[in-house]
Design a protein around this ligand. Structure first.
Ligand code: ADP
Length: 328
């Protein structure tokens, strides 16, 4: 609209100037012609008439020229504004869609345990002969659902705090890579033993990371937990650490089911669970673990990626900045 208003304003000025100029040159020509002595009155009339016609046509041409120019500017400006508006609105639309997806997923995950508890209680209340044993079973089942709800709401709160842009690392200190990895391994040791899974460490280089120890350990625990959860019994999980230029790369490799290439771009999204895990194996989880781990790693100025092949296994790599000497 602004471009159009400017264009119309200047077109008006150009038209006015052009008309004045045409009138002036028409008048000059008439005066010149009328001053010639050997011209008959008939020719004078003919000249004035043709001069007026030329003037009218010239004005018409100027008007049409300006009109066409304005139409081109209007269409061009319209297309340009549409393109720019689309470019600006796309990220807003994407984040809006992500928020909608998140709200829908969160409500679904929260509703499921509530619906289970409600129906169990309703059925129990309708039974006039409900025994103490049955009532206890019901309470146990309700407790399990409440635990699920607590885990879920804790996860959501944790994620919300991590994703807050102004979140600062509170207990930041210099820690060795081996220490972080060992803490994470000892946390998951029992779960690995239950499935007779062995965890092998290969720390090629020593590295110092500035980190909030418990937070960063939590990220590695999530990755190890997933490796255990999705691997079959008696398999092996490998953890390696090597130094890159000013960075350290810690990898966790499992020989589990792998992740479909179509799922890989989304597995770090909140609530995303690859179909394989959801439908075939029925492995417990909410799809929040990797989203939390990614937020923690990014909070430490690092990044996480995965290489995976269906049937072969997955390797999650965490790349973190390395810091100077160990201060103790
Ligand atoms: P959850 O494990 O609770 O489903 P996560 O956010 O930790 O949620 O993981 C998201 C999805 O990524 C999982 O549902 C699973 O499909 C896939 N995934 C994560 N780690 C692995 C792994 N080591 N092997 C195979 N699939 C994995």
């Amino acid at each position: 609209m602004v471009m159009m208003a400017i264009s119309i304003f200047f077109s008006g000025i150009v038209y006015r100037l052009a008309v004045n100029e045409l009138n002036r040159s028409g008048n000059d020509q008439s005066i010149l012609f009328n001053n010639l002595s050997d011209i008959s009155p008939g020719s004078r009339e003919q000249f004035t008439e043709s001069n007026d016609t030329h003037l009218r046509e010239a004005k018409k041409r100027v008007f049409i020229g300006l009109l066409v120019t304005n139409i081109i500017i209007m269409v061009g400006a319209g297309l340009l504004s549409y393109y720019l508006a689309k470019q600006t609105l796309e990220p807003i639309e994407e984040s809006h869609q992500a928020l909608e997806r998140f709200t829908a997923d969160a409500s679904h995950e929260l509703r499921t345990p509530i619906a289970v508890m409600q129906s169990e209680i309703e059925v129990a209340l309708m039974d006039p002969k409900l025994s103490i044993k049955e009532a206890k079973e019901l309470l146990h089942s309700n407790l399990e659902e409440l635990e699920r709800l607590t885990t879920l709401s804790d996860g959501l709160l944790h994620l919300a705090r991590l994703e807050k842009n102004d979140m600062q690392l509170e207990n930041i200190e210099n820690i060795e890579n081996i220490e972080i990895v060992s803490r994470a391994v000892s946390t998951v040791k029992n779960r690995a033993q239950e499935k007779k899974i062995s965890i092998k460490l290969k720390i090629s280089d020593k590295a110092i990371i500035r980190a909030d120890q418990s937070l960063l350990t939590e990220a590695f625990v999530t990755l190890l937990d997933n490796a255990i959860k999705y691997s079959s019994k008696k398999s092996t999980i490998y953890i390696a650490s090597r130094n890159l230029v000013r960075k350290v790369e810690i990898t966790i490799t499992d020989k589990g089911p792998g992740i479909d290439t179509r799922d890989i771009p989304y597995i770090f999204d909140r609530f995303y669970r690859a179909d394989r895990a959801r439908s075939k194996h029925k492995i417990a989880g909410y799809g929040l673990g990797l989203a939390i781990a990614k937020s923690i790693i990014e909070l430490h100025a690092g990044h996480i990626k995965v290489v995976s092949k269906i049937g072969k296994g997955s390797t999650f790599s965490v790349i973190l900045p390395q810091h100077g000497k160990l201060l103790r």
